[in-house]
Design a protein around this ligand. Structure first.
Ligand SMILES: C[S@@+](CC[C@H](N)C(=O)[O-])C[C@H]1O[C@@H](n2cnc3c(N)ncnc32)[C@H](O)[C@@H]1O
Length: 322
């Protein structure tokens, strides 16, 4: 009997030979991706919070946006890239560095831009993470930006590390370790090889008390793959922590996953930058209860019942309007 992979290969070959079949298949796939049910994160009630000196002051998504698009972040990233190993075929780091510099030369100080790297720089400089989880590490560029911003942060990276990725060599975990050292990382590094849909849940089951300040999802770009990675990791994102997702502009299905799993969820305050070639998004996990309840100041800080109803109504309207 033919295996599933063989049947799929034969079907693809047949479809390629039938005129007009490919666009039809694409449309059917897009339609299914729009309506397909996505895996849901299993949130727990007692999720720990990030270690903040002043819990009364809340980080906003707009603050992350300002920091991610600031020139300081672009120059920091350019400096990190200059410290990484240049190697043939591995994404031209010189070109990426020149991109930030040339854009400022061309458009001046008003130029605003964000990508995965500037967003991670912003997130790491704002929350100073002590634990970072990344799905999709490749040669360690994005992990290096976090490592350079928070040298003592423990880094947990998950990747298939197949020898080739999108025509580029994928040099593997030992190379990534060297890159992290090159930018001054001194915290723990745990790099796990294999399919994240299996390795991440298995790893988290083995470490039931491990929570993360910062999470990046940049691995499998299929709808189900990206949703599964988010569903597996979001329950371990600390309250006040930041989740970042890449490639939302270039892969519209990833934007739909973000929309369904983060943007429409009142647990998050989110921001997206879709104006660049790739597109990036970041969201802050909000506390389940307002600060005045959480911090035990209920007596003197709780507004009268009528006032509170009004605030909740406005909040709900604000969210629906977005
Ligand atoms: C876009 S690259 C990551 C780039 C990296 N974050 C950076 O900024 O340099 C995507 C990576 O995800 C990995 N990947 C794709 N599907 C995966 C899966 N199911 N499990 C683990 N890793 C996966 C690929 O091997 C590749 O290294």
């Amino acid at each position: 009997m033919a295996s599933f992979a063989e049947v799929r290969r034969l079907t693809r070959r047949t479809v390629r030979q039938v005129p007009g079949a490919r666009p039809l298949v694409r449309q059917l796939r897009d339609g299914w991706n729009r309506v397909r049910p996505l895996p849901l994160p299993g949130y727990a009630a007692d999720t720990p919070a990030t270690d903040r000196s002043n819990p009364w002051v809340r980080l906003t998504a707009q603050t992350v946006a300002e920091a991610a698009t600031a020139h300081e972040s672009a120059s920091f990233v350019a400096d990190v890239l200059s410290r990484l190993t240049p190697c043939a075929g591995l994404g031209d780091l010189t070109e990426s560095r020149a991109f930030y510099r040339d854009a400022v030369l061309e458009f001046g100080r008003h130029w605003r831009y964000a990508d995965l790297l500037t967003t991670l720089r912003a997130a790491a400089s704002l929350i100073r993470p002590s634990s970072y989880l990344e799905i999709g590490v490749l040669r360690g560029r994005s992990a290096a930006v976090v490592a350079a911003s928070a040298p003592e942060c423990a880094i947990y990276g998950f990747d298939l590390w197949q020898p080739q990725f999108a025509g580029m060599p994928n040099p593997g975990p030992d190379f990534v370790r060297q890159e992290l050292c090159a930018v001054g990382h001194s915290g723990a590094t745990v790099l796990v090889s294999g399919d994240s849909h299996r390795t991440v849940p298995a790893f988290l089951r083995e470490h039931p008390d491990l929570y993360f300040d910062l999470v990046t999802i940049d691995g499998d770009k299929s709808v189900l793959g990206a949703a599964t990675d988010l569903a597996n990791t979001l329950p371990r994102l600390k309250v006040g922590g930041i989740v970042v997702s890449d490639d939302l502009a270039i892969f519209p299905p990833i934007m739909r996953v973000w929309e369904k799993m983060i943007r429409r969820d009142s647990r998050y305050s989110s921001w997206e930058f879709l104006d660049g070639e790739w597109g990036v998004a970041a969201a802050i996990r909000l506390p389940d209860q307002p600060e005045y309840v959480r911090l035990g100041r209920k007596q003197d800080a709780e507004p009268k019942r009528e006032e509170r109803r009004e605030t909740v109504r406005q909040g709900a309207l604000g969210r629906a309007d977005r």
